[in-house]
Design a protein around this ligand. Sequence first.
Ligand code: CA
Length: 217
Amino acid sequence: MINILIVEDEQAIANLIYMNLRYAGYACTTVYDGIEAADLLEKNTYDLILLDIMLPGIDGYELLEYVRPLNIPVIFITAKGTLEDRVKGLNLGADDYIVKPFQVAELVARVEAVLRRSGKVNTVFSYFGVEVNTDSRTVIKDGKEIQFTAKEFDLLVELLRNKNIALSRSRLYEAVWKEPFIGETRTLDSHIQRLRKKLDWEDHIKTVFRIGYRLEI
Ligand code: CA
């Protein structure tokens, strides 16, 4: 599971970020000042840090200096939205920059983008009450485990990793069955039907006319 450290002294914002990233399937820890953050960074490893700039104790710029040798990607979250601040943050080595107030969807998308760029792949996906864990290869829906065949599971993960993208049948087939697609669509189509049924995702796994499928999140 991807582990994210949230460093933010405004409790309401810290809670908002925490809840939304948890909902998206990430493990999160929240701290409210820079010194506490530095302590945690000494003890634990994180995959990403969301870092406020104006903090009690050590401020975000100073903390970034401390984080850099650890090679953990950092996204600044701050009310300081001027161009100068933005450039300073990026020059200091931040991977991205979000200005308050921000949309939650934008925050989650930026977190995903930075993790992808740094080659970190999430192993837990959580959408519509369904939690998919690619380490334990389990699917939990509303607290209950649902059984999947190996191919059904691989197909589900392929859709999740490429959510909101229209995927051709050949691409899906070749990714899951690891053999060339020769135009026989029944195997894939019936697997999609079973995923829709087991997860109750009839509305979420869309058929893309003449192309294939898209998981809409
Ligand atoms: Ca602050």
